[in-house]
Design a protein around this ligand. Structure first.
Ligand SMILES: C[S@@+](CC[C@H](N)C(=O)[O-])C[C@H]1O[C@@H](n2cnc3c(N)ncnc32)[C@H](O)[C@@H]1O
Length: 232
């Protein structure tokens, strides 16, 4: 086997991820994105939370691959992984005080992305991709595609306030009691509640009454997760 292929297989191996997790816990006890997804999948398993995994903001598939690993570890054969991305990177990032982003950042084409998934062992039937900028792709046709399904775990990693607003409006009808939502950049902009994902969540909670959230875990340097409670 060529050395490159060998190294790739070792990096992607489940036992390597386990060793890293254990070392990570023993070193400085940091909760990484992988650790967060592990907790979310275990929470969903213990509580029998029905539904799929939805990720908004895929880039080169790091967290999507973590979710894939966890779906297999927790034997969620009933679950599908849904990935939503423009595959052209960030849209216009707008003019706001601490902007650190630019249009086109994190571009990874769909063929490139799917090739990464294949290399990591994803089977085609295990995932669905919704391509396009959310302002266009989170439309009635996508609602019809998702119709009858639920969202057990939602991973929001699309960085921008506007994108996060669109995502929360889209997922709202699919959230159930016990759905977990993770925001990868919740504490961005030095934790400013008036920017980014944090602002988008606060506004979402103000404008609708069906879903409220219970703070769950902080993770990585900027992430925070919540458990959903739903008024039917
Ligand atoms: C930080 S990257 C995601 C990182 C990824 N989760 C990982 O594990 O490395 C942000 C992603 O969000 C996507 N994105 C942000 N806003 C978007 C929008 N409005 N529509 C579609 N994709 C968007 C970008 O294309 C980009 O791939």
């Amino acid at each position: 086997m060529p050395i490159r292929e060998f190294v790739k297989r070792v990096i992607d191996a489940e036992w390597v991820a386990r060793v890293i997790e254990v070392l990570d816990r023993r070193s400085d006890n940091r909760m990484t994105e992988l650790g967060m997804l592990g907790q979310a999948f275990e929470f969903a398993k213990i509580n029998h939370v029905p539904g799929d995994y939805l990720e908004f903001g895929l880039w080169r598939g790091k967290t999507f691959s973590y979710a894939y690993r966890m779906m297999h570890r927790y034997r969620r054969g009933d679950m599908k992984l849904w990935g939503f991305d423009s595959f052209q990177g960030l849209p216009e990032t707008g003019d706001h005080p601490d902007n650190i982003w630019y249009k086109g950042q994190f571009a990874c084409t769909r063929p490139e992305f799917e090739s990464i998934l294949r290399d990591r062992g994803f089977r085609r039937a295990e995932y669905e991709l919704v391509e396009g900028f959310y302002s266009e792709s989170l439309n009635d046709a996508t609602h019809r595609r998702f119709s009858g399904r639920k969202a057990a775990i939602v991973y929001v990693d699309c960085d921008l306030y506007d994108s996060t607003i669109q995502v929360l409006d889209f997922v709202q009808p699919y959230l159930v009691d016990g759905s977990i939502i993770c925001f990868d950049d919740y504490y961005n902009y030095k934790g400013d509640p008036e920017q980014g994902e944090q602002k988008a969540l606060a506004e979402f909670l103000q404008k609708q009454t069906r879903v409220r959230v219970i703070p769950y875990m902080d993770y990585a340097p900027l992430g925070k997760s919540f458990i959903c409670r739903v008024n039917e």
